[in-house]
Design a protein. Structure first.
Lengths: 653, 151
């Protein structure tokens, strides 16, 4: 019954999305307040409500493990802990698509309810675009991926969820990314609305900005969490594999980063109008590509895609309609948007444009490296594109971008001179050079980590320079956000470079009581005991680690065996110090009764994720600062208006 | 009589082939090969081996290098790489040997070839394009007078 309720809600949502599209489209020709046009906002709100209901229904059938629902039977198990039963609802294709569209409908409902700053016509065009995007998702769900499909005969027991995915961190990883993707879809709808009604103004940029910032914060968090998950769960200490699934989340992030900077220029200076709209279209295209490529199975293998051609063709069709349609609209309408304010090369805008172009180039490379193997595979030639390609080729664009990023915030809007910021440039340059010399003297470090280290330290200092000579209490919150986010980039880069330059690895087969060293740590295997969890059994090793004369740290790595479905995983044990992490994994027993132990000392590796969190925090501060400033501006204006009317009333009296 | 002889011959042949097959079996049997989970004693050689292993694909995993995987095939390949490095082979020679055996797919470091040239041409094109866009966007005589702006 609950499943059918969910399905009915979904059908109603689809109908409302159609209404939203038609009403919004009619509003462009006729009066914005009459007939169907007046129903656009209520339709969006109701759609949000019903999509929320549908998703709640899905959560319910997973919570009670209703095995007559096909999705539950194939992805859940009655013995699973409740948290993973619920996260199982979106840990599969159909459920995650429903989550996507639910978040999108809720966002649409929210803007329909509160957003009153833009002209009504633009708002209706925006909501029509939202409806248009949503229709594709509803059609996809209802026609080829129905999450509420029943089995003719209920299953006796569910098939379980991939044990690697039974992890609290990962339970919240997909929703976080989806919030990001959906935020970009809202930004895209605003861009379409503005483009259709020829209303690309700073006001439009201010309305769009919190959505871009919010999406960017969620994407940052999602990528950071996903990277940390891969790091501790896969058991080999790697934190980024340039895996297509990872790239699928990185590409929207790159586009969103470019977009949020260009939208700031539009809001502050009324420049970069078409560029902002184009990035809005690109960012959304990347999130569609990300979602669909991951979910279609196309990324694992072109052949996996061919196994389920119906779904695959549907996905390609939707991608073609949305991305193609958006680009077509852009091509047709961009000519009508005036260019906006001009600026000089040495200006804040100039630096931002430089970074935008670099970000777009990096995006192009990630896109190429991700899709090219798929293209050749279609012609039965298999090539692998991995870190040895992405790292150096990406660095060609990343390093100049980071250098410009160090000084860009010091420049003034519109026109400035290098002469004026000579001192900070000299400071940053000397830091970078001295770190490079120091690191080169320290020993044999590869070129890329070396560059990473010196740019990171230079950038870390440079990111605080915009605060120089200012009263810290009067610095706007949004500026603090920028400083923190830029500092976060430096911190993360430092962690990445330090990890690849200084990691120490030790693989050994140990008898109980035997000791090995890794870096300046001494590590002993004290014992190995069997332990059991709710749906697994494991061998757990007791490993003690010393550094110098300090107290020993106990690490408990496990080798787990899950039984539904049967699978072996390594649970790494991590000891976090201020200057890095000790990472231990227990492997199998060798024939002569020793245990395979893997230990890494990874200096400052944690900075990668601290950096990610700082970036997200910076983004959140910027969003809060902007929204608060905006509310203040509005209340000041309202007060001025009321005072004026009061005065006028008195004058008349 | 002849029948017995044939059976005996067949048995001998089977034994012989089993003996010949042994080194191969030893590499891919269930017990991991010695260098799958064991480092080379010489840190310089071990570093060369690890650097190479990070650029080789584990063929049975999804997007992991052989240095990042528990799969038995990755273990066997690690063993191969370490043994060959120990025997004094150059990393690139080992890569070439693996490519010959498993195809281009095994190497994460695409070399310029008839099938991979776009991977190198496109970044160059992007550099060019970036330069052009920057020139067009910013290089146009700086701040011009405001000319009838508006939407």
């Amino acid at each position: 019954m609950i499943a059918e309720l969910g399905l009915a809600a979904l059908w109603l949502c689809a109908a409302l999305a159609v209404l939203q599209l038609i009403g919004g489209a009619l509003a462009q020709r006729r009066d914005t307040a009459s007939g169907l046009a007046a129903m656009v906002r209520p339709a969006a709100m109701l759609q949000g409500l019903l999509a929320g209901l549908a998703f709640a229904c899905l959560l319910w059938v997973f919570a009670v493990t209703d095995l007559s629902v096909k999705l539950v039977a194939t992805n859940s198990h009655s013995l699973k802990p409740m948290l993973f039963k619920l996260s199982g609802a979106w840990g599969n294709h159909e459920g995650s698509m429903l989550l996507w569209v639910t978040v999108m409908a809720l966002a649409g409902g929210l803007i329909a309810m509160v957003e009153k700053r833009l002209p009504e016509k633009t708002m209706q065009a925006t909501l029509a675009a939202q409806g248009f995007v949503a229709i594709g998702f509803y059609a996809f769900l209802l026609i080829s991926s129905n999450p509420f499909e029943r089995l003719a005969v209920a299953a006796v027991e569910g098939q379980g969820l991939n044990p690697l995915l039974q992890d609290a961190g990962l339970a919240f990883h997909p929703p976080t990314l989806y919030f990001g993707y959906v935020g970009l879809s809202v930004a895209f709808s605003f861009a379409v609305g503005a483009l259709l009604t020829r209303n690309v103004t700073p006001e439009f940029a201010r309305v769009m900005r919190p959505w871009v910032l919010g999406a960017w914060v969620f994407l940052t968090l999602g990528i950071t969490a996903g990277s940390y998950w891969a790091y501790y769960e896969l058991g080999w200490g790697g934190w980024w594999f340039w895996d297509p699934v990872e790239n699928a989340s990185l590409m929207p992030w790159l586009a969103a980063t470019a977009l949020l900077h260009s939208v700031s220029v539009l809001a502050a200076r009324d420049a970069l109008r078409t560029w902002t709209i184009m990035l809005g279209v690109v960012a959304f295209s990347m999130s569609m590509l990300g979602t669909f490529l991951v979910r279609s199975g196309l990324l694992t293998s072109v052949h996996a895609f061919a196994v389920d051609p119906e779904r695959g063709t549907f996905i390609l069709f939707l991608l073609a309609i949305y991305i193609g349609g958006a680009l077509l609209l852009f091509g047709l309408r961009a000519g009508h948007v005036r260019e906006g304010e001009r600026f000089q090369l040495t200006s804040r805008e100039g630096a931002l444009v430089f970074n935008n172009v670099m970000l777009s180039a990096i995006l192009g490379i990630v896109l190429l490296g991700t899709l090219y193997p798929l293209l050749t595979e279609a012609f039965d030639v298999r090539v692998s594109v991995g870190p040895p390609y992405f790292n150096p080729v990406g660095a060609i664009f990343t390093i100049p971008m980071l250098l410009v990023m160090a000084v860009g915030p010091l420049l003034r809007w519109r026109r400035d001179s290098i002469e004026r910021i000579k001192l900070p440039i000299a400071i940053v340059t000397s830091i970078i050079v001295s770190v490079a010399v120091l690191a080169a003297l320290m020993g044999d470090i590869a070129v890329l980590p070396l560059l990473g280290l010196c740019v990171a330290i230079g950038l870390a200092v440079a990111s605080f320079l915009p605060l120089r000579g200012r009263n810290l209490l009067r610095v706007p919150i949004a500026t603090w956000g920028m400083v923190l986010a830029h500092f976060g980039i430096a911190v993360a880069l430092f962690g990445m470079a330090s990890d690849s330059a200084f990691t120490k690895e030790r693989l050994a087969a140990l008898q109980l009581g035997e000791e090995v060293t890794v870096g300046d740590w001494r590590v002993t295997l004290d014992g190995v005991d069997p332990v059991a969890g709710p749906n697994w059994t494991a061998m757990e090793a007791q490993v003690s680690a010393w550094r110098g004369s300090g107290a020993p740290i106990l690490l408990l790595p496990q080798s787990r065996n899950f039984w539904a479905p049967p699978m072996q995983t390594s649970e790494s044990a991590l000891a976090t110090q201020w200057d890095g992490q000790l990472y231990a994994v227990i492997g199998n027993r060798t024939e002569d009764g020793r245990w395979q132990l893997r230990v890494w000392w990874k200096p400052f590796v944690t900075f990668i994720w601290y950096g990610g969190l700082l970036i997200a925090l910076g983004g959140a501060l910027a969003a809060i600062g902007r929204v608060m400033a905006d509310l203040k501006r509005r209340s000041v204006r309202a007060r001025a208006n009321s005072r004026r009317t009061e005065r006028r009333a008195k004058g008349f009296a | 009589m002849t029948r017995h002889f044939l059976a005996w011959m067949a048995g001998l042949a089977a034994m012989a082939s089993a003996m010949f097959a042994m080194p191969i079996l030893a590499q891919s049997s269930t017990a991991p090969a010695p260098y799958a989970y064991q480092q080379l004693d010489d840190p310089a050689l071990e570093r060369r081996a690890t650097d190479l292993m990070h650029t080789l694909r584990c063929l049975t995993c999804q997007s992991q290098s052989i240095a990042d995987s528990d799969a038995s095939m990755a273990g066997d390949m690690r063993h191969q790489v370490r043994t060959r490095i120990l025997a004094g082979e150059e990393p690139e020679a080992i890569r070439a040997w693996l490519i010959e055996r498993y195809g281009d797919y095994v190497s994460y470091d695409p070399q310029v070839s008839a099938t991979t040239w776009p991977l190198f041409a496109v970044p160059l094109l992007l550099l060019l394009l970036a330069g052009l866009i920057l020139r067009k966007r910013i290089g146009r005589g700086g701040v011009a007078d405001r000319e009838g702006e508006g939407t």
